[in-house]
Design a binder for this molecule. Structure first.
Ligand SMILES: [Zn+2]
Length: 440
């Protein structure tokens, strides 16, 4: 940060005219296609199989939707066939400075190699995002990331680069976190929205007056949900703090998006490094980028050296805005409404568990806010009603009229029919990381 504009990390990029940004990205993309054909056997093979024999045949960014997507499973497959990095390692191994890995639900972890320039571009992008969410040089910040082998580790590099005073507390010990909040009196807390909700509940249960802690900023990331109004209001009211969210995707960059004080969606922070598309999640066809459009984000890394990504499907569903924001940024904004993995379709209507949780939270203080959606049929399409477990608040008795009222509210708000089962307080799992809201 140069200190000339404390609210933006990189004003030149963040306030650039969209047409000028598009022209710059067009030039970078042209070079990028050449790089892929020269360096990436993985992408070259895919492009040739799709009928694109040369970089020139691929056309420009206006033609990018003709090129094949890249799915995470393809990255896993190429790494399994050509360990450890797969055929998409496009840099000299001697130039790698960092290797992150994903937890990997089955088998070996998926490795993500970065060159020095890759790491620097991640820090540049996430510095824009974190500054948008309110982090400033000298601000005392408590984080709860357990970085370990994961890409969240690069967030720690970013906090150092931003010059915040960072106290990493990590996960797994809520009592230790509460003491840190009480003794260190940080201005900002970094955690997942699930953990912020959980923390609110624990501290209220212990009679701790959360508003007196002095936390003014809560920056959440790691999962969707913080955009839901009831969830945001619950956390902000509890702490008397402003909540802003950030979002990234490990294979492309940490914290690609960050929400400003206007709180009308997360700004894109990937200018000059990442091209983003909006597509229909079912057909894969492009969706016109305009205010209120919904679709799935698809990313192309324009400058990534080690593990370049072309049309990487995020499976993140968003609402998109691109009208100018009152913060002065010209970059597009999104609100993540959920992930494909968590979605069910009920009579043609998408139902995300985070949205259901938000409606349920409207019934606080009679409910705790913990829910679990339990689809019964295999696959994403479900016949109504979809079973939904809702946990009662402490000391609340089962009440058929409450279940009925929640079902009606969800039908009215989300156009989906669920059958609510009320559970006693404490029956549903809490998490200090990402809370599971759906079980199949
Ligand atoms: Zn803004």
């Amino acid at each position: 940060m140069d200190g000339t504009d404390a609210t933006m990390h990189d004003p030149m990029t963040e306030t650039r005219a969209p047409a000028e940004q598009a022209a710059r990205d067009e030039a970078t993309y042209g070079r990028r296609l050449g790089y892929l054909f020269e360096r990436s056997p993985f992408h070259t093979r895919k492009l040739k199989a799709a009928g694109f024999d040369t970089a020139a045949a691929c056309g420009g960014l206006a033609d990018i939707a003709r090129l094949p997507f890249t799915e995470k499973d393809e990255i896993r497959a190429t790494q399994a066939a050509h360990p450890p990095f797969g055929e998409h390692l496009a840099a000299d191994p001697a130039d790698l400075v960092r290797i992150y890995s994903t937890s990997g639900t089955t088998g070996d972890p998926c490795y993500m190699p970065l060159t020095g320039r890759d790491l620097a571009s991640w820090i540049a992008m996430s510095s824009r995002s974190y500054t948008a969410t309110g982090l400033r040089r000298g601000m005392r910040v408590v984080s709860t990331y357990n970085a370990g082998p994961f890409v969240a580790g690069a967030a720690l590099d970013t906090l150092t680069a931003l010059g915040v005073c960072h106290a990493p507390i990590g996960l797994g010990n809520t009592a230790r976190l509460i003491r840190a909040l009480q003794l260190l009196k940080p201005e900002a807390l970094l955690c997942t929205p699930s953990y912020a909700l959980h923390l609110t509940e624990v501290m209220e249960g212990q009679g701790i007056e959360t508003r007196t802690l002095g936390v003014r900023r809560i920056c959440v990331a790691g999962e969707p949900g913080a955009g839901e109004p009831a969830i945001r209001a619950r956390i902000e009211d509890a702490f008397g703090a402003r909540l802003c969210e950030a979002m990234g995707i490990g294979d492309v960059s940490i914290s690609l998006w960050g929400e400003c004080d206007a709180q009308e969606g997360m700004h894109f922070g990937g200018g000059d490094h990442v091209h983003v598309e909006l597509v229909d999640p079912e057909s894969g066809q492009p969706v016109e980028k305009r205010d209120g459009a919904t679709g799935e984000l698809v990313y192309t890394a324009l400058t990534r050296e080690a593990a370049p990504m072309l049309r990487f499907r995020s499976h993140d569903h968003v609402v998109w805005w691109q009208s100018p924001c009152r913060c002065g940024r010209t970059t597009p904004r999104v609100r993540c409404i959920g992930r494909t993995d968590d979605m069910v379709i009920v009579r043609g209507v998408n139902l995300f568990p985070t949205a259901a949780r938000s409606v349920v939270l409207g019934f606080a203080p009679r409910v705790s806010g913990a829910i679990l959606l339990r689809p019964t049929q295999p696959g994403v399409r479900q016949e109504p009603p979809v079973p939904l477990d809702v946990e009662l608040a402490e000391g609340q008795a089962d009440d058929a009229s409450l279940a009925d009222a929640i079902e009606k509210a969800i039908r009215a708000t989300l156009i989906a029919t669920v059958r609510v089962r009320l559970l006693p307080f404490g029956k549903l799992p809490r998490s200090d990381y990402k809370t599971k809201l759906i079980t199949r």
